[in-house]
Design a protein around this ligand. Structure first.
Ligand code: NAD
Ligand code: UDP
Length: 321
């Protein structure tokens, strides 16, 4: 990785900022591109003074001109939390599809390898579990999540076409629910919501019965998978699932967060949003085989690493720091 120039879109976001850290540690020259829609400069402020790190505020729906060589592009730009991506669904769709096209054009022009941050959402409300890469999914193309799910599916199609028709060197990661420090307290995803609610002593909002499942991956494991996928040989042609196969009901997650925080918060049941997938669990046999990758941090341990981050942020907010 040393000496490479690497462009990271969405680099001021949750996953992107951890990826930037990892790349800077590996002595890459990192160009971080973000429109700060859900990302924050706080996530990368510690990198701003580092040699070889550059931040460009830019929306990927507009074409991006960069002088000089680029070796690798990680395309992470896109809000990932349902309430965030549903706020301006047309812009979310444009970000996924136009953003992908603009970055694929840039990759082609620079001769760069490009990795797409796709998602388990391409499987929709899956009829099969666990989900492997060969499953085509079950997505409502006009439902509330469609702007994200279909946008990401369209982006995968574009990546495939640019490889087939133009020889662009692509990699595609299908990322399953990932959590950790630097998620925004108001992000709206389940892990951050539950931790913030438990620490604030307010009820944990469980949507529906809480019997729907998710499989939660700690951020460091996920970033390791992304870097390995980028470094993998061109024979890794199709999408690769990255996630932690440990499957939990949402209710079990709530109970674990209450136990870990020692909170006396109650659980409050709320209406289940439309098209909420009933179960989700990655089959990671392909990643294990072609990347030698698997998660190392179980949920209990990942929560132990994440809860202090939110406690600190909430303390600073109360103190007005
Ligand atoms: P995030 O919301 O914290 O980060 C997204 C980043 O992209 C933010 O910094 C945001 O400002 C930026 N962005 C959004 N639209 C943009 C645009 N049009 N132009 C430039 N920048 C833009 O979310 P995250 O969890 O860090 O997710 C990062 C990527 O990984 C996303 O593409 C998401 O779809 C994918 N992903 C994440 C997860 C997960 O569980 N975290 C799961 C599946 C896929
Ligand atoms: N969820 C919940 N309470 C919340 C936020 C989310 O019960 O405060 C549920 C949500 O309905 C879904 C699961 O938790 O079933 C995961 O939601 P998240 O938004 O984190 O990710 P996604 O649905 O995109 O997997």
């Amino acid at each position: 990785m040393s000496g490479k120039t690497v462009l990271v879109t969405g680099g001021a976001g949750f996953l992107g900022s951890h990826l930037c850290d990892r790349l800077v540690e590996g002595e890459a020259q990192v160009i971080c591109v973000d429109n700060l829609q859900t990302g924050r400069l706080d996530n990368i402020s510690h990198l701003m003074q580092r040699r070889g790190f550059r931040f460009i505020r830019h929306d990927v729906t507009d074409r991006l001109g960069i002088d000089g060589p680029i070796d690798e592009i990680y395309n992470l730009a896109c809000p990932a939390s349902p309430p965030q991506y549903e706020r301006d669904p047309i812009h979310t769709f444009r970000t996924s599809v136009l953003g992908a096209m603009n970055l694929l054009d840039l990759a082609e022009a620079k001769g760069a390898r490009i990795l797409q941050a796709s998602t388990s959402e391409v499987y929709g409300d899956p009829a099969l579990s666990p989900q492997s890469e060969t499953y085509w999914g079950n997505v409502n193309m006009i439902g509330p999540r469609a702007c994200y799910d279909e946008g990401k599916r369209g982006a995968e199609t574009l990546f495939h076409l640019y490889r087939e028709d133009r020889g662009v060197d692509i990699r595609v990661a299908r990322i399953f629910n990932t959590y950790g420090p630097r998620m925004r307290p108001d992000d709206g995803r389940v892990v951050s919501n539950f931790i913030v609610q438990a620490l604030a002593g307010t009820p944990l909002t469980v949507f529906g019965s809480g019997r729907q499942t998710r499989s939660f991956c700690y951020v460091d494991d996920l970033v390791d998978g992304l870097v390995r996928l980028m470094a993998s040989p061109a024979t890794v042609k199709g999408p690769v699932n990255l996630g932690n196969p440990g499957e939990f009901t949402v209710l079990a997650l709530a109970e674990l967060v209450l136990a870990k925080t020692g909170s006396r918060s109650k659980v409050a049941f709320r209406t289940l949003p439309g098209d909420d997938p009933r179960r989700r669990r990655p089959d990671i046999a392909l990643a294990e085989r072609v990347l030698g990758w698997g998660p190392t941090v179980p949920l209990e341990e990942g929560l132990d690493r994440t809860i202090p981050y939110f406690a600190e942020v909430m303390h600073q907010n109360v103190a007005g720091v």
